[in-house]
Design a protein around this ligand. Structure first.
Ligand SMILES: Cc1cc2nc3c(=O)[nH]c(=O)nc-3n(C[C@H](O)[C@H](O)[C@H](O)COP(=O)(O)OP(=O)(O)OC[C@H]3O[C@@H](n4cnc5c(N)ncnc54)[C@H](O)[C@@H]3O)c2cc1C
Length: 202
């Protein structure tokens, strides 16, 4: 986050933004109209230029910039007094070195400074976790742990980051998709080969 924050349409922070992006999506979806504004400053804007996704967002017009808090409140339709209170609180917590109500600590070095930047965000399905139980050959298991006949699962059918949103490790969506896909394909071919062999050679 490097000092960046999220506020809802009331201009209030609602979470420790240092959480993972999976659990953060659920927190955004719990806000009025399921919307949040990502607020940051020129320092973060410059470092984000390294990311193609961010450059694309900028080209699409999603990135807004404002010379002051007053301009930002007016431009985003947020209540100025609440937004000012949100920024004042961050400053006070950084000075006192205390954690906020969500457990986040602010550092004076990273406090947001004008010009400010903003992007409107919501939550969306990114990957799935949990899913079907599979064995080492990607065969789907029943509740007794026995392989169901002729049924394999790969990809999002079997996430490997645990069963809830807080466990996601970046890259594990494609990891399970690619690796389990390869394992399932090979296992299915071996099973078919075995069946054909036993049909020909009883
Ligand atoms: C924006 C975004 C960014 C991501 N970035 C990353 C990342 O950086 N690293 C990472 O590890 N993961 C990332 N993920 C997650 C990752 O892409 C998924 O976890 C992964 O693609 C799941 O693979 P899958 O094969 O299970 O499902 P999918 O990739 O969704 O494939 C399912 C396929 O089935 C097809 N299909 C659906 N229904 C039918 C039907 N009835 N008949 C025939 N075909 C059907 C679909 O068209 C699709 O092609 C990202 C996801 C998103 C949305």
């Amino acid at each position: 986050m490097q000092g960046g924050i999220q506020v809802n349409l009331n201009g209030e922070r609602f979470s420790n933004e240092h959480g993972g992006y999976s659990e953060q999506a659920a927190k955004v979806l719990a806000q009025p109209e399921k919307i949040a504004w990502n607020l940051y400053d020129a320092r973060i804007h410059e470092s984000a230029q390294a990311f193609e996704d961010y450059r694309n967002a900028q080209e699409s017009g999603a990135v807004r910039s404002f010379a002051s808090l007053e301009e930002m409140a007016a431009g985003l339709g947020l209540p100025l007094t609440t937004l000012q209170a949100t920024f004042t609180e961050m400053q006070q917590q950084a000075e006192r070195q205390t954690a906020d109500a969500f457990g986040r600590r602010f550092d004076s070095v990273n406090l947001l400074k004008p010009p400010y930047y903003a992007i409107r965000v919501t939550g969306a399905l990114f990957h799935t976790q949990g899913g079907l139980e599979v064995n080492r050959t990607a065969r789907v298991l029943n509740t007794q742990g026995q392989a169901l006949p002729n049924l394999f699962a790969a990809g999002a059918a079997r996430g490997v980051s645990g069963s809830n949103d807080s466990g996601y490790l970046s890259g594990n969506g494609l990891l399970s998709a690619v690796v389990l896909g390869a394992v399932a394909g090979r296992s299915a071919a071996e099973l078919l080969h075995l069946k054909l062999s036993s049909a020909v050679l009883p």
